[in-house]
Ligand binder design. Structure first.
Ligand code: NDP
Ligand code: 8X3
Length: 249
């Protein structure tokens, strides 16, 4: 059984990816900060999908390293890493931005992805096999007003994906980036700090992507033959033309 390691599995895209990859025959290492949510996911996956749960904050390098080092032998040979954990915090012009929000985005979305990758990679380079998918965003490829630091964090993910693909080429490790547009998850609740009305407004008047739509794509990508790397995908709701251009009814 192949092993997939999914960060941010306690919600949204990561949760749906766990369900889709479980169905595709993977055993799963599921990570996030909220243990009870991971336990609920493991229960939903049932006995047919072996799971190992790890709780850590991706911003805490020592915690990331300790968690990955603690993997039992049967889960340690990671075949697929989905670097999904991340969020936006705030939506404000740069001159009014909250530096705590900036830290959360740069430390989580960029350095967290690096810490997890660095900790998991020896299991791949040693075996000369592996597949890494970084969850970027349309925001990493176009910068919208007030998106400044979130967009920068995702632009960094785009650059890192290309760099990782080059560096890991000799080790037969496929590296890819999936860039979603608007997906209805807890993303906007986090961005707007629990303002559920404002968060719901982001998805009103059109059909946003569901986390399952992105998960289907991820399952397709990781089940391609070993010579195929779907290296970069932009996945949008049909009603979305650009980051802030959405056809609303
Ligand atoms: P959710 O808020 O639903 O899920 C975010 C996940 O990331 C949670 O499982 C959360 O787990 C985890 N996470 C966040 N910060 C940390 C941290 N510091 N340490 C460990 N885990 C963390 O949002 P989405 O599912 O939408 O987001 C998943 C990814 O998709 C993110 O990288 C996001 O930027 C990206 N994305 C989302 C889009 C959207 O419109 N929704 C569009 C484009 C990209 P926990 O809180 O338990 O730690
Ligand atoms: C999430 C999509 O457009 O809100 O990355 O930045 S967007």
């Amino acid at each position: 059984m192949k092993t997939a390691f999914i960060t941010g599995a306690s919600s949204g895209i990561g949760w749906a990816a766990a369900v889709a990859l479980g169905r595709a025959g993977f055993q799963l290492v599921l990570t996030g900060r909220r243990l009870e949510r991971l336990q609920e996911l493991a229960r939903e996956l049932g006995d047919q999908v072996p799971t190992h749960l790890l709780t850590f904050d991706v911003r805490d390098r020592a915690a990331v390293e300790a968690a990955v080092a603690s993997l039992p032998a049967e889960f340690a040979d990671v075949d697929v890493l989905i670097n999904n954990a991340g969020n936006a915090h705030g939506l404000a012009p740069i001159q009014q931005g909250n530096p705590d929000d900036w830290d959360a985005m740069l430390d989580g979305n960029v350095k967290g992805l690096l810490y997890v990758s660095r900790a998991v990679l020896p299991a791949m380079t040693r075996r000369n096999t592996g597949h890494i998918i970084n969850i970027g965003s349309i925001a990493g490829h176009e910068t919208y007003a007030n998106g400044n630091v979130y967009c920068a964090s995702k632009a960094a993910v785009a650059a890192l994906t290309k760099g990782m693909r080059l560096d890991l080429l000799p080790h037969h490790i496929r590296v890819a980036e999936v860039n979603p547009g608007a997906v209805e998850t807890e993303f906007s609740q986090v961005r707007f700090k629990g303002d559920t009305e404002r968060a719901a407004g982001v998805y009103q008047g059109y059909e946003a992507l569901r986390a399952e739509d992105v998960a289907d794509l991820l399952a397709f990508m990781v089940t391609r033959p070993a010579h195929v790397n779907i290296a970069e995908v932009l996945i949008l709701p049909a009603a979305q033309g650009a980051a802030t251009v959405i056809r609303k009814e």
